[in-house]
Design a protein around this ligand. Structure first.
Ligand code: CMP
Length: 682
């Protein structure tokens, strides 16, 4: 029976222990609003009949403690959660609860005496109650059990029931159901299943420890809790005070970043034009150069974006060397300490002589955030003069030790990444900086949030996933699939209107990889190459939002069917596809100052497409008419977040719970537009 059992002491006289009673009706698992500290329990006190019997040992081994708490460690260091055993204050039900520290989720299982008897019999525990309770209490007091996930919405703990007089032992497991989570928080459940046993176990310790060090320790613990809560309250108030001051500053800084970025791009374009004029030639992208030798057809890089003249930029040699010195992190080094390598004598001397210390130090400050959701791609793009994609991907390949593992040639890696970066057009949104942004967030989901462990990814899959992020919008012309279809473009014909751009991005990438100068996968054997290619194809093609509903549904169905995400290749690929899709639209679930920047960029690109449609006398696509910006754009953003981003981040947070902070960020970004709308209508 789940929580909220209808049989209570005093209502149905319980049968003797170890005798299976008739099973009462089982209500669905609910949050405890209807059955815990509310009126129903009070009511049951008033009508409570005298107790008929007691389960021997229940008082001694469970009730007397108030509550027994056990810290569950998943390794020597980390606490995974806290497991409690206690009796409900009024109904005397036996309750097992578990609070997961990382996610804040609370799981609970509640038994009436009859139900526990029934469960004991069902699991074949043949001992009487006293050794039963003693074993369970001892296991908890001595931290001899661990909680294991039983699907997304349950946790199971296992006990060994022993009786010191007999050599026999029995296993006994309790599966607790989810009663509160970040997605569906229940304050009542949290109070009943966490706060209540916590405060009771504290009371008990205090009561027991009347004198000496134990007493002091308890009082100190209580003091610490009070000090911490007061500090938290103070902190919260400070944040509330500072927020109104910080918000406009952040917005101002976003505007400045944007101006710096746009100016930087203009300067680079002008430099390119001057260079082209001087050299009296237009440089070709390596892909076009490949086709000069007589390929079937040029890939149409410049068709819709005549100002895009891809030119490979030379990355800063010394900065690359510093990245190689810092990564992979070796024993003892942390992201926080990577700048120490800049002080290594050989590097320090050259950095000082080279005169690029400012750039390198600033870049390293940004690299320290590579494992963070607010990694500063925009600032990296500005300070490196448009090379954020190159440095971010280069760093990740070294950080994950993939270059050494696959024995890649550093020169080829460099050539490939430079070519990939230069293949991105200077579009307002679908540019190389977006490539960098998606690469880093896709990496974050895989490595920091735990997809790699959950799907047991191979090194080949990790490599494929990082490169898929980097190339996912290769040669994006800034006009979407629909535009290509409606204008019967070359690419629309080539790909029969199916995922036109996504096919183009990945096909171009593999064209580039044909040339040994760019073939980073050359050292891999045939099977490895096939695995990397298949994974990349699946991931990049999944970024077509035209297939969003299908992929999303597939994912939610598999979530409800399995918790094993590593045995089937299709599941692994589905999880990786969800990761890159999430990364692709993650701007909406990022801190507001980052989101606002991307929103500005996408609006610019939308309006450029709208202008092109107007020029061609086509109907203007939704949200792409610049004359309707004021009334349409905020609405469009709110809808996009409500119907696409939010369900996506909620689903992926169920899969990888540490990502659930993104839900709040997305809400904040929705509120940002609501506030703007309200300000506009005042
Ligand atoms: P694309 O990069 O091809 O795939 C993801 C799509 O999501 C992207 O094109 C945009 O059309 C859309 N998208 C991403 N971010 C936003 C945003 N902030 N507002 C509206 N649409 C977005």
């Amino acid at each position: 029976m789940g929580i909220g059992a209808s049989t209570r002491k005093g209502q149905t006289p319980p049968p003797p222990p170890d005798v299976t009673p008739t099973k009462p009706e089982t209500p669905a698992l609910q949050e405890p609003a209807a059955q815990s500290t509310d009126g129903r329990e009070l009511e049951s006190v008033a009508t409570k009949a005298p107790e008929v019997h007691k389960l021997l040992g229940k008082d001694k081994y469970v009730k007397e403690y108030g509550a027994i708490a056990m810290e569950d460690r998943n390794s020597k260091k980390a606490f995974q959660g806290t497991l409690f055993l206690f009796c409900a204050r009024i109904t005397d039900d036996i309750i097992f609860t578990y609070r997961d520290h990382a996610t804040g989720s609370v799981f609970a299982k509640r038994f009436t005496d009859e139900e526990l008897g029934e469960e004991k019999n069902k699991q074949g525990v043949r001992f009487t109650w006293a050794p039963f309770f003693k074993s369970i209490a001892t296991a908890l007091i001595k931290s001899r059990t661990t909680a294991v996930a039983a699907g997304v919405n349950a946790k199971t703990v296992s006990f060994t029931i022993v009786n010191k007089d007999t050599p026999i032992s029995y296993p006994f497991t309790v599966t607790m159901d989810l009663v509160s989570s970040k997605q569906k928080p229940s304050r009542k459940a949290f109070f009943l299943y966490v706060m209540e046993p916590l405060s009771r176990s504290l009371q008990y310790s205090r009561h027991r420890a009347t004198e000496g060090t134990k007493g002091l320790a308890t009082v100190q613990m209580e003091c610490n809790i009070k000090v911490c809560s007061a500090a938290a309250e103070l902190h919260k108030r400070k944040v509330e005070e500072l927020l109104p001051l910080i918000r406009p500053l952040r917005e101002e800084s976003a505007v400045c970043s944007h101006v710096a970025m746009t100016l930087g791009r203009d300067v680079r374009n002008m430099e390119r034009h001057i260079y082209d004029q001087k050299n009296k030639k237009i440089l070709k992208h390596p892909l076009d150069a490949l086709y000069d030798e007589g390929g079937a057809q040029y890939f149409q890089h410049t068709m819709w974006s005549p100002e895009h003249r891809p030119r490979e930029e030379e990355p800063d040699e010394l900065l690359m060397e510093c990245i190689r010195a810092a990564f992979p992190l070796t024993n003892g080094s942390t992201l926080e300490s990577i700048s120490n390598v800049l002080e290594q004598p050989n590097l320090k001397k050259r950095i000082d002589e080279n005169g690029n210390r400012n750039l390198i130090e600033e870049a390293f400050e940004i690299f320290k955030g590579i494992d963070r959701w607010d990694y500063d791609t925009i600032q990296l793009e500005i300070i490196t003069n448009g090379n954020a994609l190159f440095y971010t991907t280069y760093l990740l390949l070294y950080k994950m030790d993939l270059v050494a593992y696959f024995q890649m040639d550093d020169n080829v890696v460099r050539n490939f990444l430079v070519a990939v970066q230069s293949a991105y057009h200077p579009n307002p949104y679908h540019n190389a900086m977006h490539g960098a942004d998606v690469t880093q967030i896709n990496y974050y989901i895989m490595i920091v949030a735990g997809l790699r462990e959950k799907c047991m990814l191979s090194q080949e899959e990790v490599l494929a996933s990082i490169i898929a992020g980097a190339v996912h919008d290769f040669d994006h012309p800034g006009l979407n699939n629909n535009f290509h279809s409606r204008t019967n473009s070359f690419l629309a014909t080539l790909y029969n209107d199916r995922s036109i751009l996504e096919n183009h991005h990945i096909a171009c990438t593999f064209e580039l990889l044909r040339s040994p100068r760019y073939d980073i996968f050359a050292p891999l054997n045939a099977d490895q190459k096939q695995l990397v290619r298949d994974t990349m194809l699946e991931m990049v093609l999944a970024t077509d939002m035209g297939n969003h509903a299908k992929i999303f549904k597939n994912f939610t169905v598999r979530m409800s069917e399995t918790s094993d995400w590593h045995s089937k290749k299709d599941d692994v690929r589905l999880a990786l596809s969800m990761s890159i899709k999430m990364a692709d639209i993650s701007n909406c679930a990022r801190p507001n100052h980052i989101y606002a920047e991307w929103a500005k960029n996408i609006s610019k690109e939308f309006y450029l497409q709208g202008d092109a449609e107007r020029k061609l006398q086509l109907s203007i696509s939704p949200f792409m008419d610049r004359t309707k910006e004021k009334e349409e754009f905020p609405k469009g953003q709110i809808s996009f977040m409500m119907y696409i981003v939010q369900p996506m981040i909620e689903a992926i947070s169920e899969f990888l719970p540490s990502l659930s902070f993104g839900i709040n960020l997305c809400n904040e970004n929705k509120d940002y537009w609501r506030r703007k709308q309200e300000a506009g209508t005042e």
